[in-house]
Design a protein around this ligand. Structure first.
Ligand SMILES: *Cc1c(COP(=O)(O)O)cnc(C)c1O
Length: 380
């Protein structure tokens, strides 16, 4: 990479810059209106008890909003707890997998949950099907498996996977645990194909991290109650059943971040007002259409995910030719306030990764690609 002096002449004219330069995959852009709404409750909700009506009704607003947004099937309930999606993997390992899990992994996040169940001493070794980064693996039916798990959107690579029950698994009573962390709220999903569709608020929901949320089927709630009522020791903070009980009362076991809930509630209501998930999906597809067609039309760029049917609408990955150093491009953009398009650190590719969640304006994605063009013209 050229040194800082050599780069300092690389500038981007102000009229090319996006109106908002936040393209991170998580934490991701928070809209100004959400922050204004947060300020508006600065003396009424912030700094008040999560056991009293105002914060509980905020939690209720989040739960009802998510049930509406995802068109929750009969009997499904919205459950939440502290700790984010990573904590939910531990919750699920302890409370939702009975004897053996099967995973499809095709990137860092799917692999992390697979590692969690594989290492659990009270479970049989997990069955894992894998695909290389940029491709997809789907879980295959396995005898003796009672929980199947995969990510809807693999945020580390920009691959969107199908969300469909594993054939034959329903008769066997197996649960489908789908990680919707980056997909949820930014693209459509049929929640009835899952038993637990879980996510965190800092991606498509434009809020902060630290919370996990899940749409849970009656079978999942029942499984947890049975396992936790048996002889498996489950710490209270990782108990799914405790989270269900508290959620039903619009509470969490321990103190939640109230500001995170406010930002989340605002985003859910905004997406609902605009037309719900179908609207969000159309908006992210527009952004992604810009990004991928731009990448295909440049001879120094190409979508990393070669199968167009697998390309994520919410997290786009674009490989750059070796003569165009991605780290130089991202450094110049960062100097201009256009941030967080670095690739997932462990992927180790000459790549940019662009968060295109509903909060991001499709026009800003166009502006981003114009900025990259401008930098590359000066570089090569
Ligand atoms: C970001 C992400 C996670 C981790 O979420 P945390 O809330 O940081 O624990 C898990 N899975 C996917 C698919 C993600 O994108």
């Amino acid at each position: 990479m050229p040194d800082a002096d050599a780069l300092s002449h690389l500038t981007i004219p102000a009229d090319l810059l996006p109106r908002d330069g936040r393209f991170g995959s998580g934490p991701s852009k928070v809209r100004r209106e959400q922050v204004d709404a947060l300020a508006a409750v600065g003396t009424t909700l912030l700094g008040t008890s999560h056991r009293q009506a105002p914060v509980r009704s905020l939690v209720g607003r989040v739960r009802a909003g998510l049930a509406a947004l995802f068109d929750a099937p009969d009997g499904y309930e919205v459950v939440l707890g502290n700790g984010g999606s990573t904590t939910f993997w531990d919750v699920a390992t302890l409370c939702l997998v009975q004897e053996r899990a099967a995973h499809a992994q095709f990137g860092e996040f799917g692999a992390k949950f697979a590692a969690a169940t594989t290492r659990a001493p009270f479970l049989a070794p997990s069955h894992v099907v894998s695909a290389p980064a940029g491709q997809v693996a789907v879980p295959e039916p396995v005898d003796g498996v009672d929980a199947y798990a995969w990510p809807h959107n693999e945020t580390s690579t920009g691959v969107l996977a199908p969300v469909r029950r594993v054939p034959g698994s329903r008769d066997a009573g197996a649960l489908m645990l789908v990680d919707g962390t980056s997909a949820a709220g930014g693209t459509t999903v049929d929640v009835s194909q899952t038993d637990v569709y879980y996510f965190a608020p800092q991606k498509s929901f434009a809020s902060d991290g630290g919370l996990w949320l899940a749409l849970a089927s009656p079978a999942a709630v029942e499984r947890a109650a049975r396992l936790e009522g048996g002889d498996r020791w489950v710490p209270e903070s990782l108990s799914f059943t405790t989270a269900v009980t508290n959620s039903r009362a619009d509470q969490t076991l321990n103190t939640p971040a109230v500001a995170t809930l406010v930002l989340l509630a605002e985003q859910i209501d905004w997406v609902l007002e605009q037309g719900g998930l179908a609207w969000a999906a159309q908006r992210t597809a527009t952004s992604a259409g810009h990004l991928y067609s731009w990448a295909e039309s440049r001879d120094w760029a190409a979508p990393f995910v070669t199968d167009p049917g697998l390309r994520s609408p919410v997290v786009g990955t674009v490989d750059l030719a070796p003569e165009v150093e991605a780290s130089t491009v991202t450094a110049v953009l960062r100097r201009h306030g256009v941030v967080d398009i670095e690739p997932y650190r462990k992927l180790g590719r000459n790549q940019v990764r662009v968060g295109m969640y509903p909060a991001v304006e499709p026009d800003d994605v166009l502006a981003l690609t114009a900025c990259i063009d401008h930098v590359v013209e000066q570089l090569v």
